[in-house]
Design a protein around this ligand. Structure first.
Ligand SMILES: [Zn+2]
Ligand SMILES: [Zn+2]
Length: 362
């Protein structure tokens, strides 16, 4: 019996290294050797306690790794072999229930957030549910995607934010070649939406940020395909659109965080009959004064977006393999070191210069 090293979040702010027994895979299961695990907002919210979780547990839900050991059942239904590099989805899929059959498996009736990867308690099964570890147990219902050859595991962790960018920025609103697309918020998901719109051959892509803090990210947006990238505290994006495209945006994607005013701006920037994708959450900053008449008068299509689906994850991995520009994003990596990772998560939760992309490399 071998052991895995895992960082267990025992209580908010308390990350401790544990040695955990690695079980032989049961029929239908496999063992993943973790190569890299991306970090996002959920990680620092779970770490600080801002988001409640069933502690103690091993966090980490943007996992890339190679299949170290597997039962034939696991491999045959997925057409995989031992040694293959895969990206692991957060949610399990039973494949049998109504939502699973319709493709909406994040709403699976047998599984859910409580038994998702990076969120399941240490007491469940072998306890190896998260990417802050050398190993993760892949269940019968785990959903994985093969990582294209030549794509580095650290870069491959972008499958998660880029998958969101593809679904929110292109698939959901139905962006077509030549469309004018405005992306509000230059975080990892906003930049992913820019890259996705660029790959979908949008005719004009505007990226907005707010304040000097976003300057570097706006510059990255230009590198990833934004036609214009502006700071809304310095320039009027509506005037800019009118000047450059002679009108407004066909599609506006709001991926801002805790910026209620951005929603109003999204309604301002979209053309009559256009589509607004609302993916940013306002948190504790609700919109106080808002007149919904603009939605009526412009006959807008408003789409809420929260999750990502398998098709978008798969497309993200292909785009990462094809587009070298996405690999140049600045990032910080840490090993399985409780102190270094705690420091990184604290910085992400509210430090001065949070890294754009952060990755745990066991
Ligand atoms: Zn995440
Ligand atoms: Zn199901």
């Amino acid at each position: 019996m071998s052991t895995a090293t895992a960082l267990v979040l025992e209580a908010p702010g308390r990350l401790v290294a544990h040695e955990i027994e690695v079980p032989e895979p049961l029929p239908g299961e496999a063992l993943l050797r973790v190569e890299a695990c991306g970090l996002c907002g959920t990680d620092h919210e779970m770490f600080t306690g801002a988001m409640p979780a069933a502690l103690p547990l091993v966090p980490g839900h943007e996992v890339i790794g190679t299949i170290e050991a597997a039962t034939p059942e696991f491999l045959s239904v997925r057409s995989l072999a031992e040694g293959d590099r895969v990206a692991l989805e957060v949610f399990q899929r039973c494949g049998d229930c109504g939502p699973c059959r319709s493709g909406a498996y994040p709403l699976c009736r047998r599984h859910g957030l409580r038994d998702s990867y990076g969120n399941s308690p240490l007491s469940s099964g072998a306890g190896l549910w998260g990417g802050y570890a050398t190993h993760v147990v892949l269940t019968t219902d785990a959903v994985v995607h093969r990582v294209p050859a030549g794509l580095d595991p650290v870069h491959a962790t972008l499958f998660n934010p880029l998958g969101a960018g593809i679904r929110w920025g292109v698939t959901l609103p139905g962006v077509r070649e030549g469309d004018v697309v405005a992306v509000l918020g230059p975080g990892l998901r906003g930049l992913g939406a820019v890259a996705a719109a660029s790959a979908a051959k949008a005719g004009f892509i505007l990226l907005t940020g707010a304040g000097g803090r976003d300057a570097d990210r706006l510059e990255l947006g230009r590198l990833l395909g934004a036609t214009e990238a502006v700071d809304v505290t310095q320039a009027d994006p509506r005037a800019l659109l009118k000047e450059r495209v002679g009108g407004l945006a066909d599609v506006v994607v709001d991926v801002t965080a805790a910026a209620p005013a951005a929603f109003v701006q999204a309604l301002d920037l979209v053309r009559p009959g256009g589509t607004v994708v609302v993916a940013g959450t306002r948190g504790a900053h609700p919109l106080r004064e808002f007149n919904p008449d603009r939605i009526v008068l412009k006959e807008l299509r408003l789409l809420g977006a929260r999750g990502v689906d398998g098709a978008a994850y798969s497309a993200a991995l292909d785009l990462l393999a094809a587009d070298q520009r996405l690999r140049t994003l600045p990032r910080r990596t840490v090993g399985l070191d409780p102190e270094a990772l705690s420091e990184l998560l604290t910085t992400m939760a509210g430090g001065d210069a949070p890294p754009l992309h952060a990755v745990v490399v066991p």
